[in-house]
Design a protein around this ligand. Structure first.
Ligand code: IVH
Length: 676
């Protein structure tokens, strides 16, 4: 009985939705507001998830309005969509104003009023309204012709579908920016590099259902074609937009004088980290439409407007938390979790604080407003704290004296070379005994330069750790694949791929094996030196019995620091267990001594492009084992350029110019086979 009633109720809601859709999409004349429409949809979806018997081909989980044509139709803008000239500093702004004065033939007696509007970094769109109804929405395209993305734009709730205000022109194009809020972007950041790309990708989905999945916003700031707009200033227009039901930027202002523009720019830059949308500068527009008209355009940008851009490698944000990360060698690294901010097209939400001393020196605190720099591939870091914006109640950051992961004591080691205490604080636990260190050690073990297990990334290590599938490196070779097959996100194929990757890496050169153990101070180069000296894993394991660690000092390139680190590695029972178990599970190839008179002797090589079935590092070892050497530039010194998949054209051209012999991977392998 109750079931019947629920079904009836559900069907009634579906019928109502069909009706609302008709008015909304077909007649462009919605009869309810967005809130009511969304509430109805939510009711239906809630009922469906509660009662699995409820189904309808008209369910909002299946359709969103009407699908647009397969390819977006190209449509000409009635008024071109211009771009803006950029300004970066006060000189540029002075210049901008000077040009306006000259053009208007004014001396200094005219003080120009500007509309200063934060420049949202999104995708611009032009919305045509006829008699108050939203009829067509175009992307910017090349400025002259855009794509008809009407159906996708209709899914955005910030875009009014019908405007009944008396003074809303009968025929007008409203223009503005489509964007995604930083908080929403956070959830999607694995798919897109920045919010702008996410907005663009979502907007251009062939299926509006896909667009609907990403919460897009719209802020209006100008118009294109218009008939009957009786307004004389940009600031008035912005006010009207609000009255008509559009969202406008709450930080829009009218300002006179370059000095005040800069003051406002700095204020906005300071607020940037607190905004929930991405801005990349401030747009200044001459406020008076009559003046705008007189000034006109140069090329495809108006003479009456300019974009004052923020620097591309730094930005201001707020520290939400300070976390301590623990590295493979036990180092405690403080990391600031900051309010996500777009710096030069990349969303930054973490900044390294380096170490305890750096926090103390700069007095960095949770809640602080900070200047963040992101330069090249370097991890973003805090440049300075804005003390003026500090909360009275904020407290100094207390660096933990115990390891946050395992509770062990932490210490700063004494560096006998610099005769100073290390800046880095370390967990004193013995490697695998600390959970965070153990996880990092396993990540290192599977990493590219170590075991290089394809598809066994950092996330999988963390996941398998959480599920108690791995605790020590050797567990990777003892995985129960039938358990993994039943895990969320895994299937027969992916498990079989993983099994294959792991099995193919069961044979490993001795030097890589040493490196993969993650012994402190034993990087790839030192691992190579030790491998060449000890030659086999057998001799390496013997060290635990003979204790002849001090002999290692005779290896050219190995010093006291390395020897003492190896000694301490062997003094740990877990490490010995890892070593013996691994040696039973895998095949560690003995070191191959370099043939000093191999056929590659005195020959230099360079590799460009991706090689098949062999990593760069392995190819390099092969060349070196055969007494060849690798160089990093195409020059007269280069004998052979080995080309893999997608080689760099510039390198090939340079090699051809210098008459360097170009080898395919197969030709190079042939050459190696002759030598071995
Ligand atoms: S006005 C002729 N106002 O900046 C004026 N543009 O580089 C052109 N933008 O394509 C547009 N915020 O996507 C204007 N308040 C604002 C803006 C803004 C962001 C974008 C817009 C435009 C680009 C120009």
């Amino acid at each position: 009985m109750i079931k019947k009633k629920i079904e009836k109720d559900y069907n009634k809601k579906i019928q109502r939705l069909i009706k609302l859709n008709k008015y909304y999409y077909e007649y462009n004349n919605p009869i309810v507001d967005d809130k009511e429409y969304d509430a109805l949809k939510k009711d239906i979806l809630d009922l469906e998830s509660k009662y699995s018997n409820l189904k309808s081909k008209n369910s909002p989980s299946l359709i969103v309005g009407f699908k647009p044509s397969k390819n977006f139709k190209k449509v000409s803008h009635r008024v071109p969509m211009l771009s803006l000239a950029n300004a970066f500093d006060q000189d540029d702004l002075n210049n901008f104003e000077k040009k306006i004065m000259n053009y208007l033939n004014q001396k200094d007696n005219l003080e120009i009023e500007y509309s200063a509007e934060p420049k949202i970094d999104g995708i611009s769109a032009s919305l045509s309204y006829a008699n108050g109804n939203f009829v067509t929405g175009l992307s910017r395209g090349d400025g002259k012709e855009g794509e008809d993305i009407t159906e996708n734009l209709k899914t955005i709730s910030d875009i009014p579908k019908k405007i009944s205000s008396k003074d809303f022109p009968n025929d007008i194009e409203i223009r503005g920016e489509i964007f995604i809020q930083n908080e929403d972007f956070k959830k999607l950041s694995s798919k897109f590099a920045n919010p702008r790309n996410a907005a663009s990708g979502s907007l251009r989905q062939k299926n509006p259902l896909e667009t609907k999945k990403i919460p897009l916003k719209f802020i209006a700031y100008t118009f294109g074609y218009e008939k009957g707009l009786e307004i004389s200033k940009q600031s008035e227009f912005l006010k009207k937009l609000k009255e008509w039901g559009f969202k406008t930027n709450p930080l829009n202002k009218t300002i006179k004088g370059i000095k005040n523009l800069i003051k406002n720019y700095e204020e906005i830059e300071n607020k940037r980290g607190n905004l929930n949308f991405d801005i990349d500068g401030v747009v200044y527009k001459v406020n008076d439409f009559k003046l705008q008209k007189r000034l006109g355009n140069i090329a495809n940008a108006p003479r009456w407007a300019v974009a004052h851009k923020f620097s591309a490698n730094n930005g201001i944000s707020k520290i939400e938390n300070i976390e301590i990360q623990i590295g493979r060698t036990g180092a405690l690294t403080p990391v600031a979790k900051i309010k996500p901010i777009n710096i030069g097209g990349v969303v930054v939400s973490n900044a390294t604080l380096h170490n305890e001393e750096e926090i103390r020196r700069k007095d960095i605190r949770v809640g602080d407003t900070v200047l963040i720099e992101r330069a090249g591939d370097v991890i973003p870091h805090v440049i300075s704290v804005d003390l003026k914006q500090r909360n009275d109640k904020s407290k100094k950051f207390v660096f933990p004296l115990k390891c946050p992961s395992c509770g062990s004591k932490t210490i700063k080691e004494y560096n006998s070379i610099t005769k100073k205490e290390d800046a880095v604080r370390r967990c004193t636990s013995e490697g695998f005994a600390c959970e965070k260190i153990a996880i990092e050690k396993i990540k290192h073990f599977v990493s590219k330069e170590a075991f290089n297990i394809d598809g066994f990334g950092k996330k999988i290590v963390e996941n398998f750790w959480r599920l108690n599938l791995i605790r020590l490196p050797q567990d990777i070779f003892k995985l129960d694949y039938s358990v993994i097959e039943n895990l969320d996100g895994w299937g027969k194929q992916s498990v079989s791929n993983l099994k294959y990757s792991i099995n193919t890496k069961k044979t490993i050169p001795f030097e890589k094996f040493i490196f993969s153990l993650g012994i402190r101070h034993i990087g790839l180069e030192n691992a190579k030196l030790i491998s060449k000296n000890l030659l086999s894993i057998k001799n390496f394991l013997l060290l635990s019995k003979t204790k002849k660690f001090d002999d290692l000092i005779n290896i050219d390139g190995i010093g006291e620091t390395q020897v003492s680190s190896i000694k301490s590695f062997f003094s740990n029972i877990t490490n010995l267990k890892v070593l013996t178990e691994l040696s039973e599970l895998i095949n560690v190839k003995d070191a191959v001594l370099v043939k000093s008179n191999g056929l590659l002797s005195n020959k230099t090589f360079m590799i460009t492009g991706k090689l098949q079935g062999i990593s760069r590092a392995e190819a390099k070892s092969l060349i070196e084992e055969n007494s060849g050497s690798i160089i990093s530039n195409v020059s007269n010194r280069l004998d052979y350029l080995i080309t893999g998949e997608k080689p760099t054209k510039r390198k090939i051209d340079a090699a051809k110019d210098l008459k360097v012999k170009i080898l395919s991977q197969a030709e190079w392998i042939k050459m190696l086979n002759k030598t071995s």
